[in-house]
Design a binder for this molecule. Structure first.
Ligand SMILES: [Zn+2]
Length: 180
């Protein structure tokens, strides 16, 4: 069973990934030292660290989700496999020329990256202090990169031409200010 790693499981739990009710064959991890975790599989006797769910204390431990566990929390995202990129979790975002995608040889890790992307804490607009939303913008390739030094997109030429690239950015829903 492919689950996320111990480190990713902890990051997910800390970021608010739902910790489910215990059920058969789930994997959970317990921290024993700064770098050591112990893996538990619920009620699966073949596993080295198997334990039974009725004696398991879930306080201070982290659920180790599989790709399907994570995708249940990511409606609209898809999972695919390619020889080159291995597992890809992607979303056909409206208005974007290409899907937003994350790849990894472990599908659970690819899904975790997508979950972190989706649940990223929005920064505040520096002009009006409103929480930003993920948006898209066109970046003119001919403009070069120098005017993007501070990530500010003001003054950028936004045209639908063959020389423009769609890029992901933050956009303020209040005043329209956008930045990378
Ligand atoms: Zn604003």
């Amino acid at each position: 069973m492919n689950t996320v790693t111990f480190v990713t499981a902890k990051l997910l739990a800390d970021a608010g990934f739902p910790q489910p009710i215990l059920s058969f064959l789930q994997r959970w991890c317990t921290k024993i030292s700064a770098e050591t975790f112990e893996r538990h599989t619920i009620g699966f006797p073949g596993d080295k660290f198997y334990i039974y769910s009725d004696s398991f204390d879930t306080s201070g431990i982290c659920f180790m989700p599989t790709a399907t566990d994570i995708l249940k929390e990511l409606p609209g995202w898809n999972l695919a496999y390619t020889n080159v990129f291995k597992w890809i979790v992607y979303w056909d975002a409206p208005g974007l020329a290409e899907p937003i995608q994350f790849s990894h040889e472990n599908p659970a890790e690819a899904a975790a990256q997508a979950w972190f992307y989706q649940h990223e804490k929005a920064p505040l607009c520096k002009k009006c202090n409103t929480p930003a939303k993920r948006g898209t913008a066109l970046k003119n390739i001919l403009a070069g990169s120098s005017e993007w030094a501070d990530g500010d997109m003001e003054g950028a030429t936004l045209t639908l031409s063959g020389n423009a690239d769609l890029i992901k950015c933050w956009k303020c829903p209040e005043c329209g200010h956008s930045w990378q």
